[in-house]
Design a protein around this ligand. Structure first.
Ligand code: ARG
Length: 461
């Protein structure tokens, strides 16, 4: 740990070992090695192009960096736990390996714009992967929906039986949330797509760097416009943490439903054995641990978002070491979402809906009471009046333990003379659903249209 630092020159004494340990970020920022090397290669090429360093030096730097990349990937080079961070590590290995030219690499650059670059590249790569996972999830949700366009289930408000819907309609509600998550990620990508090299430590540089060239080499759409902001902007990290929190919130809501649906009280779905776990003591148990863990891990994502907002709130311009604290929170949110999706997608794909149980549950709780009132309204009775009549009817049915289907025509007619035999058709659950064919409604044709629209919006076939 007491190796000489590149910045040792200004000091007469060595840093305390506790400080080295406290200061070091290599234990977590090593994951940025590919981005760090890609950024350095682009920077070196630009330095030669601008005749700031020689073509020979750049060639040797690029070769050296490519070898380091390969060696790190195949494990022949290990990260040095004593290094200050990934940037110093790569630079010191390069210097060991190629000598003099390595010492020219950092010309016109600071670790402040370097780390900002690495992080932006990393966020772009990770979010691209997550976006693909979300698309895979959409396909699974759509496939479940397509199998259950006519599977009637109770729709709830306040977790009380409300009106009949279908399992397809319910599942597609989640597909809509995930569609927004995909869009949100696209927006975060836009905010991330600016290239900060050339901002230097804080005040740019006197070298004639070609920032546009570096941006193009690395696939950025633009360059950052203010050097003070460019080195200290972590908005894209917080945007990402927010988008990731939203994803977890959506996964957690669905998890909560899966947990309920698997319970003995509901029995709406059965999880595949591969996505459930047993108990160490109770032989009968089949637990929805995956869904529970997704729900539980949502707390981490929210915590990370809070951490990032708080880390940034008191930092004056420009770079402050506080910003090193952005990484663990961001990395944890990224890996939490990837892990959660990788377990959740096949779990939802392989779960089976129990149509009979859903239909049975939907036939309770006077789920068709609104349709009963609508029946009278469509015959001219003002809705509020019809609502009052059916309210009384429900009250009587509760006392007599009857469903609306079991009420005799005489009883209906004693409540209102506009009731006729066709009331029984009007309150049949299948009809209650198919008549809700309004755009966005649960009728099979409306859900089918929703599926077609979503596929078009997402470019799925
Ligand atoms: N490890 C540092 C970070 O993650 C890199 C930048 C260090 N810059 C500095 N001026 N000390 O923020």
């Amino acid at each position: 740990m007491t190796k000489n630092k590149v910045w040792q020159g200004r000091f007469t004494g060595k840093s305390a070992q506790e400080v080295d340990v406290f200061n070091s970020s290599i234990s977590f920022d090593y994951v940025l090695f590919e981005e760090d090397i890609a950024g350095s290669i682009a920077h070196a090429k630009m330095l030669a192009k601008q005749a700031i360093i020689s073509e020979e030096d750049t060639a040797s730097i690029v070769d050296g960096l490519q070898e380091i990349l390969m060696d790190l990937k195949n494990g022949t080079l290990a990260f040095d736990p004593d290094a200050e961070d990934i940037h110093m590590f790569v630079e010191s290995v390069l210097t060991e390996r190629i000598g003099e030219p390595a010492k020219r690499l950092h010309t016109g650059r600071s670790r402040n714009d370097q780390v900002a670059l690495d992080l932006r590249l990393y966020v772009k790569k990770q979010l691209t992967e997550i976006s693909q996972q979300l698309l895979d999830f959409e396909e699974v949700l759509i496939s479940q929906a397509e199998q259950h366009l006519e599977t009637i289930m109770p729709g709830y408000t306040h977790l009380q039986i409300a009106q009949p819907v279908t399992f397809a309609h319910h599942v597609m509600a989640y597909a809509q949330m995930i569609k927004r998550d995909i869009k949100r990620i696209e927006e975060v990508m836009e905010h991330t797509d600016s290239m900060p090299l050339g901002n230097g430590a804080l005040a740019g540089t006197t070298y004639p760097l070609d920032r546009q060239f570096v941006a193009e080499e690395l696939g950025f759409g633009s360059v950052t416009e203010n050097s003070l902001d460019g080195v200290s902007d972590r908005d894209f990290v917080i945007d990402a943490a927010y988008a990731l929190s939203m994803i977890m919130m959506h996964l957690s809501r669905l998890s909560e439903e899966v947990i309920l649906w698997c319970s003995q009280a509901f029995q709406f779905v059965e999880l595949d054995d591969a996505f459930a776990t047993g108990s160490s003591i109770m032989p009968q148990k089949k637990n929805p641990d995956v869904a529970e863990l997704v729900r539980g891990k949502t707390g981490r994502a929210y915590g990370n978002l809070q951490t990032l907002l708080t880390v940034m709130k008191g930092t004056p311009l420009a770079y402050n070491k506080d910003m090193q604290e952005d990484k663990e929170a961001l990395f944890d949110s990224l890996s939490t979402v990837k892990l959660a999706l990788s377990a959740m997608i096949p779990m939802v794909d392989t779960m089976t809906a129990n149509k009979e149980r859903m239909r049975e549950a939907a036939s309770k709780g006077f789920i068709n009471a609104t349709d009963c009132a609508d029946y009278l309204t469509k015959k001219g009775v003002p809705f509020r009046e019809a609502y009052g009549v059916i309210g009384q009817l429900v009250q009587t049915c509760i006392e007599k333990d009857l469903t609306l289907e079991e009420v005799s025509i005489e009883m209906y007619q004693s409540l209102h003379d506009l009731f006729d035999e066709d009331i029984y058709e009007a309150i049949k659950l299948e009809n209650c659903v198919t008549k809700r064919s309004i755009q966005g409604g649960p009728a099979p044709e409306a859900v089918q249209e929703q599926i077609v629209n979503l596929k078009n919006q997402l470019g799925l076939s």
